[in-house]
Design a protein around this ligand. Structure first.
Ligand code: HEC
Ligand code: HEC
Length: 237
C-alpha cells in the first residue's frame, strides 16, 4: 500500500544526509551535507534541496546540483573519501517517479509497519499514527512487515528481498521508470516471489550489482556488505 495520495496539501517531507566525522566515536559529531524536501502543493509534489555550509550554521537552496569532496573515518579507523553528488531537480525525478509523476518513496505502509518508542513506550508506528488521528484506520495485521536486511535472525530469503526492496524497488516496480519496468522486475517486498522476475534472472541481477552498474544512478561506492548478502541470496535460489 502506498500512502502518497493521502498526504494533505502543505505536507513537507524531509531527508537529511550526513557523515559521522569518525564512525568509531559518533560523539565527535557529524557533517551534514544536504537536506532534501518534498513539498505538496495543489496536489503536486515539488522538490528542493538545501546544501549546508562548512560551519553547519545555515543551508542554501541548490537547484542545479553540484559535486563536493567529502572525507570521514570509517568504523575500522580508515579515512575514506568520495565525491558526493547533490542531485539536480531532474535527477530527483529519475528516482521519485510513480506513473511518471513526482512521488514520495519511503512512506509506504510496509515501511511504516515497525515498532518504535513513543512517550517512552514501544508501540507499532502505524497504530500510533492512527491513534493520533493522522492516518486512516486500516488493519495493521494485513500489512507486511519488512525485516532489517542486516538481521541475521531473519531468513536469507527475507533479507535478500528486503535489500532489493530498499535499493532497487523504487525504479523496478510496475509504476516505476518505464524502461526498467519493462524488464519485468518488481522488487517490492510484498510482491509474491514468482512475480518479481528474480528467479529467471539471478545471474543478470548479480552481475549488474557486482559490477556497480545497478542502481542506475547514485552509485559511487560499492556497498560491500549489502552486495555480499545479495550474492549469497541469489546463489541460494
Ligand atoms: C538515486 C535515487 C534518488 C534520487 C536521485 C533522489 N532520491 Fe529522494 N529518496 C530516494 C529513496 C529510495 C528514498 C526512500 C528511502 C530512503 O529514504 O532512503 C528517498 C526519500 C526521500 C525523501 C523522504 C521522503 C520519501 O519520499 O521517502 C525526500 C524528502 C527526498 N527523498 C527528496 C529528494 C529530492 C528533493 C531529490 C532531488 C534533489 C531526491 N530525493 C533525489 C531515492 C532518491
Ligand atoms: C534509479 C533507478 C534504478 C534503480 C534504483 C535500480 N535500477 Fe536497475 N535499471 C534501471 C534502468 C533505467 C534500467 C535499464 C538500463 C538500460 O536499459 O541501460 C535497469 C536495468 C536493470 C537490469 C537489467 C540490465 C540489463 O542488462 O538489461 C537489472 C538486472 C537491474 N536493473 C537490476 C537492479 C538491481 C538489482 C537494483 C538494486 C541494487 C537496481 N537495478 C536499481 C534503473 C534502476
Amino acid at each position: 500500500m502506498n500512502l502518497e495520495e493521502k498526504f494533505s496539501d502543505g505536507t513537507i517531507l524531509t531527508k537529511t544526509f550526513f557523515y559521522f566525522k569518525d564512525e568509531r566515536d559518533t560523539s565527535l559529531g557529524k557533517q551534514i551535507i544536504e537536506t532534501r524536501l518534498l513539498i505538496k502543493k495543489s496536489g503536486i509534489w515539488n522538490v528542493a534541496t538545501y546544501q549546508w555550509n562548512e560551519s553547519q550554521t545555515d543551508a542554501t537552496l541548490e537547484l542545479n546540483g553540484l559535486n563536493t569532496q567529502f572525507s570521514w573515518i570509517d568504523a575500522n579507523g580508515k579515512t575514506l573519501s568520495t565525491l558526493y553528488h547533490v542531485p539536480t531537480q531532474n535527477e530527483c525525478m529519475a528516482c521519485h517517479q510513480s506513473n511518471s509523476t513526482m512521488s514520495p518513496l519511503g512512506p509506504t505502509a510496509t515501511n511504516l509497519n515497525r515498532e518504535v518508542v513513543r512517550n517512552g513506550i514501544e508501540v507499532n508506528q502505524i497504530t500510533h499514527m492512527q491513534s493520533m488521528g493522522i492516518l486512516d484506520n486500516f488493519p495493521v495485521d494485513q500489512v507486511h512487515q519488512m525485516v532489517n536486511y542486516k538481521d541475521k535472525n531473519a531468513s536469507l530469503a527475507e533479507r535478500g528481498r528486503a535489500y532489493l526492496a530498499m535499493n532497487c524497488a523504487h525504479c523496478h516496480n510496475p509504476k516505476g521508470w518505464d524502461t526498467p519496468a519493462q524488464e519485468g522486475f518488481d522488487f517490492r517486498y510484498d510482491t509474491p516471489f514468482d512475480q518479481t522476475g528474480i528467479q529467471d534472472d539471478q545471474n543478470e541481477i548479480r552481475n549488474n550489482v557486482v559490477n556497480g552498474q545497478m542502481p542506475f544512478i547514485g552509485t559511487t561506492m560499492l556497498d560491500e556488505e549489502g552486495v555480499a548478502l545479495l550474492v549469497e541470496y541469489l546463489d541460494g535460489i
